[in-house]
Design a protein around this ligand. Structure first.
Ligand SMILES: C[S@@+](CC[C@H](N)C(=O)[O-])C[C@H]1O[C@@H](n2cnc3c(N)ncnc32)[C@H](O)[C@@H]1O
Length: 259
């Protein structure tokens, strides 16, 4: 244990760890700790834990308190699904107004929210995520969704997950109409409110990849377009001017057409 605020351990739920807990901790190379290790002032900043609610990342500091899970049944996400994804900026940006069964490579999957929206609109979405921790949360969210309802099972049947760095992804691995990039958590977030999930991840993840490289690689893979999601006022990825922009209240989608 390092004692750093960003340190992470796997917290077993009982005095004896289950086989699943042991396997997960080993796969993620995390120290497995007993419930008693929580004590008065834990030395770690975060714990990963497998409870009845699923795999969760729990912040131990005052600013990070709360648990982050991938929950495709969440009301806020389901509300967005009901509001026709096609008419939302993300749907327009990927080109859903022209065609609904797009093959999309979500090259920076994160918590899979955007990918889920696209899959719920009929897209076949392959998600790449390089962080082993985020990938484990995604896998858990997808398997819980399969058990939740036939509607969710149908949506996640269009989702494929891979733990991989996009910059190592080869074009010959598959054929995609759209490559979708959302590499950066915006720097300024209100920690105290809904975007706590982002703050968690910002602290734990590796340095972001070079955006010019990501965009060039995406352009070499997409058949039709590359979509880059940005904070509304963020600079252009790699300084490159998009062909189309969709601006919302907090986000912006920059579209680069492949000619
Ligand atoms: C802002 S989040 C994506 C959020 C996502 N759009 C959603 O709806 O939840 C960015 C994610 O991209 C991942 N990432 C960054 N660079 C990557 C790369 N080169 N290859 C694969 N994943 C990457 C990070 O680990 C992080 O989980």
């Amino acid at each position: 244990m390092t004692g750093k605020p960003t340190s992470l351990v796997f917290l077993q739920q009982k005095a004896k760890a289950s086989d699943t807990e042991r396997e997960l901790a080993q796969r993620l190379q995390l120290e497995l700790v007993q419930p008693t290790a929580l004590g008065e002032a834990p030395e770690f900043g975060y714990v990963l834990e497998l409870t009845d609610a699923g795999l969760g990342l729990r912040g131990m500091e005052k600013e990070t308190r709360g648990t982050l899970r991938v929950d495709f049944a969440a009301k806020s996400l389901q509300r967005r699904v009901q509001q026709s994804v096609k008419s939302q900026d993300i749907g327009k940006a990927v080109g859903l107004t022209r065609q609904s069964q797009l093959r999309v490579l979500d090259a920076t999957a994160g918590l899979g929210t955007d990918a889920f929206l696209l899959a719920s609109a009929g897209c076949e979405v392959t998600l790449l995520e390089r962080s082993a921790i985020v990938y484990a949360l995604l896998q858990d969210g997808v398997s819980r969704a399969r058990e939740t309802s036939s509607e969710l099972r149908d949506v996640v049947s269009r989702i494929t997950l891979a733990q991989q760095d996009f910059l190592r992804f080869q074009k010959q691995d598959a054929d995609f109409d759209v490559v979708y990039l959302d590499p950066m958590f915006p720097a300024k977030r209100n920690r105290a409110r809904a975007k706590k999930a982002m703050f968690f991840l910002q602290q734990l993840l590796d340095e972001p990849s070079d955006e010019a490289l990501l965009l060039a690689h995406a352009r070499s893979i997409a058949n039709s377009r590359v979509v880059v999601k940005r904070a509304r006022l963020a600079p252009l990825a790699g300084g490159q001017q998009p062909d189309i922009q969709f601006k919302g209240s907090s986000s912006r989608f920059d579209v680069y057409l492949i000619r």
